[in-house]
Design a protein around this ligand. Structure first.
Ligand SMILES: Cc1cc2nc3c(=O)[nH]c(=O)nc-3n(C[C@H](O)[C@H](O)[C@H](O)COP(=O)(O)OP(=O)(O)OC[C@H]3O[C@@H](n4cnc5c(N)ncnc54)[C@H](O)[C@@H]3O)c2cc1C
Ligand code: FES
Length: 389
C-alpha cells in the first residue's frame, strides 16, 4: 500500500469513527512499503492541515440569538476531529483579519461541520456570523484543536456534562456521536440557561433523553417563567448535589461562560471530586480582565500603551485592557493563533521589553517563562512594550 492510500484510509477512518479506526490504522501501517519522497509531509498536511476551506451550505436559526452554520468541504474532506474539539474560523470583519474558536456541534460521523454561534452583546465576530454570514460564504478553518473530548482509555463509563449557554456545543457533538454509533458511556447532561428561550437544541436533546436509556438531561433555568416546573437557579453546589446521584466514579466535563467555571469547580470539590476527574474547555479571554486575580489595580483598562514589533517599523497604541492579539490584528499584524485562550501556544511570541499581564490560567513552559515568551491572545500590555513575532 502506498502512503497516499494510507492517507485516504485515515480520512475514511475519521469519518466512520475511531472505533473501527484503530484496527484499520494498524493494518495499514503494517502494509506501508516504498515511501515516496515528500509523501510523509503530504500525509501530515492532510491529517493536520493549517487551513481548510468550508462553504456555508445551510443556516439553522436555533434561538433568537443563536444560529448554526453548516459548513461543507470545498474540495478535500474536512480533517478528522474528535467529538468535543473546536476549529478556529478565520474571517474579515470591518477590514480586520481575525479568527475565533468554535466547538463543532455536529458529530465526526457526518460529512459536514456545524458550528453554533451565540451573538454576544457588543461582540465582534459573533455579531458578524449571526447577522451577516450567508449561505454560499466560504470561510477558512484551522485544523481541529483542544483535548476536551471523551477518552475511553482514561475516563470512566459515567460522564457528567455541565454546560452553560452556548457551552452546550461540544457536548452536542459528543452526545450525537454516541447516539450515531449507538455506543458509548452513560451521560448526564446538566444544562444551564438564563431563560427557556435561550436553550439551544432543546427538542433534539429531549428526544434523545426519551429514546436513549443511557442519556439523562436536566435543564436548569435561572430566570424561568412562573409556570416552569423544572430546576430553577444555577449550576452551584446545592443544585449539583440535588441532581447528581453521587459523584464517585464519574468523569466531569465543564463548558460555559467564565463565571460558571468557578461555581462548578467549587461545587465538585465540595462533593469530593478530584481535579483529575474534571475536564474544562478553554474559554477565551475573560469579559473583564481587571477582575482576574493578579491584575494590578492601579492600571486602568482604558490606559494606552505603545507596542513595537522588533525588526520592523511597526508600532501602534493598544489598550491595556484588551488582549494584545486583538490590538495586533486591528493594526494589520497577523499572528498565527488557534484557541485564543492562552492554552495551545500557537500564538507564542517573545516579549523583548516591557511588561504584560497574563492570567494564571495561561499555559507556559518553564523555558518560555525564562526566555520571556508570552501568548499574545491572553497577554495585556501594562505599559510600552516591544515584542518579537
Ligand atoms: C475552545 C472554544 C470554543 C468555543 N466555542 C464556541 C461555540 O461553540 N459557540 C459560541 O458561540 N462561542 C464559542 N466560543 C467563543 C468564541 O470563540 C468567541 O469568543 C465568541 O463568539 C465572542 O467573540 P466576539 O468576537 O463576538 O467577541 P469578543 O472577542 O469578546 O469581542 C468583543 C469586542 O472586542 C473588540 N474586538 C475584538 N477583537 C477585535 C479585533 N480583532 N479587531 C477589532 N476589534 C476587536 C470589538 O470592539 C468587540 O466589540 C468558543 C471559545 C473557545 C475558546
Ligand atoms: S492562540 Fe492558543 S495560546 Fe494563543
Amino acid at each position: 500500500m502506498a502512503l497516499r492510500d494510507l492517507a485516504d484510509g485515515l480520512h475514511d477512518v475519521a469519518s466512520i469513527g475511531l472505533v473501527l479506526g484503530k484496527q484499520m490504522v494498524a493494518d495499514s501501517l503494517a502494509d506501508v512499503r516504498d515511501v515516496e519522497p515528500g509523501l510523509p509531509d503530504e500525509l501530515v498536511e492532510r491529517l493536520h492541515p493549517r487551513r481548510v476551506p468550508g462553504r456555508v451550505a445551510e443556516i439553522i436559526e436555533e434561538t433568537a440569538s443563536t444560529r448554526t452554520l453548516r459548513l461543507v468541504p470545498v474540495g478535500e474532506p474536512f480533517p478528522p476531529f474528535r467529538a468535543g474539539q473546536f476549529f478556529a474560523l478565520l474571517c474579515e470583519v470591518g477590514g480586520v483579519r481575525t479568527s475565533r474558536a468554535y466547538s463543532v456541534s455536529s458529530p465526526p460521523t457526518r460529512s459536514y461541520l456545524d458550528i453554533t454561534v451565540r451573538k454576544m452583546p457588543s461582540g465582534f465576530v459573533s455579531v458578524y456570523l449571526c447577522e451577516e454570514a450567508a449561505v454560499g460564504d466560504v470561510f477558512e478553518l484551522s485544523g481541529p484543536g483542544g483535548s476536551f473530548y471523551h477518552e475511553p482509555m482514561t475516563d470512566s463509563r459515567e460522564l457528567v456534562f455541565l454546560a452553560g449557554g452556548s457551552g452546550v456545543t461540544p457536548f452536542m457533538s459528543m452526545v450525537r456521536s454516541f447516539a450515531d454509533l449507538d455506543a458509548g458511556p452513560r451521560v448526564h447532561l446538566v444544562y444551564g440557561s438564563r431563560t427557556l428561550d435561550d436553550v439551544i437544541f432543546e427538542d433534539e436533546l429531549a428526544a434523545m433523553a426519551r429514546t436513549h436509556e443511557s442519556f439523562r438531561l436536566d435543564l436548569v433555568i435561572s430566570e424561568p417563567p412562573d409556570e416552569f416546573s423544572g430546576c430553577r437557579g444555577f449550576l452551584d453546589a446545592p443544585m449539583l448535589s440535588s441532581l447528581l446521584d453521587g459523584a464517585e466514579g464519574k468523569t466531569f466535563f465543564i463548558c460555559g461562560p467564565h463565571a460558571m467555571y468557578g461555581l462548578c469547580t467549587g461545587a465538585l470539590e465540595g462533593l469530593g471530586v478530584s481535579p483529575a476527574s474534571v475536564k474544562k474547555e478553554a474559554s477565551g479571554p475573560p469579559p473583564d480582565i481587571t477582575l482576574v486575580e493578579g491584575w494590578p489595580k492601579k492600571i486602568k483598562p482604558s490606559k494606552k500603551a505603545t507596542v513595537r514589533i522588533e525588526g520592523t517599523r511597526s508600532s501602534f497604541e493598544a489598550l491595556c485592557g484588551e488582549p494584545l492579539l486583538n490590538s495586533l490584528e486591528r493594526n494589520g499584524v497577523a499572528v498565527e493563533n488557534l484557541c485564543r485562550s492562552g492554552e495551545c501556544g500557537v500564538c507564542r511570541s517573545q516579549l523583548v521589553s516591557g511588561e504584560v499581564f497574563m492570567p494564571a490560567s495561561v499555559v507556559l513552559r518553564k523555558a518560555d517563562v525564562a526566555f520571556g515568551y508570552i501568548h499574545p491572545c491572553m497577554s495585556y500590555p501594562l505599559g510600552d512594550i516591544t515584542i518579537r513575532l
